[in-house]
Write a protein that binds this ligand. Structure first.
Ligand SMILES: NC(=O)CC(=O)C(=O)O
Length: 319
C-alpha cells in the first residue's frame, strides 16, 4: 500500500526539462458541423502557438456538440486513418508547430462502444497518451438538470499520466475533477500539472467558479458535499500542482448550455488566468520553480500522518 507521503512513491517528482513555458487554453465555439469545428480548432491552436504556447489544451468535446444527438454521429475510430480527421488534424498541427497538445476530448467509437476520449500529442505529432473519461456524468438535480452520460458512453479504466517536455501531466475529463482521489493519485505519481478539458453547465459551472474564489479564503462551512470534493481538488492544486481547465465557449442555443471560464490555477491556489464564456484563447505562464518553493516552504510530504490515514495507489499495490 502506498502511503500519502510521496517519498514512499516509486515515482520521482523531479523538475522537467522545460520548467517555464506558456500554456494556451483554446476556448472554442462548437457547432454541429465537424469540418467547421476542425478548422476553428486548428486556427485557434495556430494562434496559441504563434503567441508562444508550447502546450495547448482543447475543451471537452471540441469537435462535437455536447449532446446525445451528435456523439455517435460524429464519433471517430482513431485507428482508422480515413475515418478520423480530428485525430489526424491534431497530430499534424502538433508536429507542424512543434508543440504538445492535450487534445480536449472527442467521441471515440471502438468495437461498437463510445468513449469520451482525450488524446495527447507530442511535438513530433505522435500520440503520447489516450485518456478515456473515467467518471460518467450521471446527474439528477430535480428542476435543474437530468443527464445520464453512462447511457451513451462507456467509462475508461485507467488513470493517465503522461511524460512530456512540459512536465508530467495528469489527465482528467470534466466530471473526473470531482474525484480528489484521482488528483491525489497523479500527485503521488509526481505530476506537475493536471489538465481537465471540461464542459461544465450553467449550474455546476457557477458552483465551481464561485468555489475557486471562496476556496482561497478557506470558507468551507457553507459548502454542499459536492462542493467539498471540488474544494479538496482545489486544495490539492494549491498544495502541489498547476491545474488547467479548458471548456467550449457558451452556445445559448444549444440544449446543454456551457459555462466556459477556462482557467489556469497555480500551486498557491491562485487563479493565474481565466476567461469569460466567449470564444477566446487564454495564454498564461507556467513556472514550475513555484512548485519547488511551495513544496519547500510548506513540506506537507513530511508532515502527513501515514500512521493515521493511508492512500492506496492500486497500481503500486499490484506490484
Ligand atoms: N461534462 C461533464 O462531465 C459535466 C460536469 O461535470 C459538470 O459539472 O457540468
Amino acid at each position: 500500500m502506498a502511503s500519502l507521503t510521496s517519498s514512499t512513491s516509486r515515482h520521482s517528482s523531479a523538475m522537467p526539462k522545460v520548467a517555464q513555458f506558456k500554456i494556451g487554453l483554446c476556448q472554442l465555439s462548437v457547432t454541429p458541423e465537424k469540418t467547421t469545428n476542425l478548422s476553428r480548432a486548428r486556427h485557434s491552436i495556430e494562434i496559441a502557438a504563434k503567441q508562444g504556447a508550447s502546450l495547448v489544451v482543447l475543451p471537452e468535446m471540441w469537435n462535437c456538440p455536447y449532446s446525445e444527438d451528435y456523439f455517435a454521429k460524429l464519433a471517430e475510430d482513431f485507428d482508422d486513418e480515413d475515418g478520423s480527421p480530428s485525430y489526424f488534424m491534431l497530430s499534424e498541427v502538433a508536429s507542424c508547430h512543434g508543440i504538445t497538445i492535450v487534445g480536449g476530448s472527442m467521441p471515440e467509437m471502438k468495437d461498437g462502444r463510445l468513449y469520451n476520449t482525450c488524446c495527447v500529442f507530442g511535438p513530433d505529432g505522435k500520440l503520447k497518451a489516450k485518456h478515456r473519461k473515467l467518471h460518467m456524468f450521471d446527474v439528477n438535480m430535480p428542476g435543474d438538470i437530468l443527464y445520464k452520460e453512462s447511457d451513451t458512453f462507456t467509462a475508461g479504466d485507467n488513470p493517465t499520466i503522461v511524460e512530456t517536455d512540459m512536465g508530467r501531466i495528469g489527465i482528467g475529463i470534466c466530471h473526473d475533477i470531482r474525484f480528489p482521489e484521482l488528483a491525489m493519485l497523479y500527485r503521488t505519481r509526481g505530476a506537475h500539472l493536471i489538465c481537465y478539458p471540461g464542459a461544465f453547465n450553467m449550474s455546476t459551472g457557477e458552483m465551481l467558479w464561485e468555489l475557486e474564489q471562496r476556496a482561497r479564503q478557506h470558507v468551507i462551512h457553507k459548502f454542499s458535499g459536492q462542493q467539498i470534493t471540488r474544494y479538496f481538488t482545489l486544495l490539492l492544486s494549491s498544495e502541489k500542482l498547476y491545474v488547467a481547465s479548458c471548456s467550449p465557449s457558451r452556445d445559448s442555443a444549444g440544449s446543454y448550455t456551457i459555462w466556459g471560464h477556462s482557467t489556469l490555477v497555480g500551486p498557491f491556489g491562485e487563479v493565474i488566468a481565466t476567461s469569460g464564456h466567449e470564444e477566446t484563447i487564454v495564454i498564461a505562464e507556467i513556472d514550475y520553480s513555484a512548485l519547488q518553493r511551495r513544496r519547500e516552504g510548506l513540506p506537507l510530504e513530511n508532515q502527513r500522518r501515514g500512521d493515521v490515514y493511508q492512500f492506496v495507489d492500486i497500481e503500486e499495490q499490484r506490484l
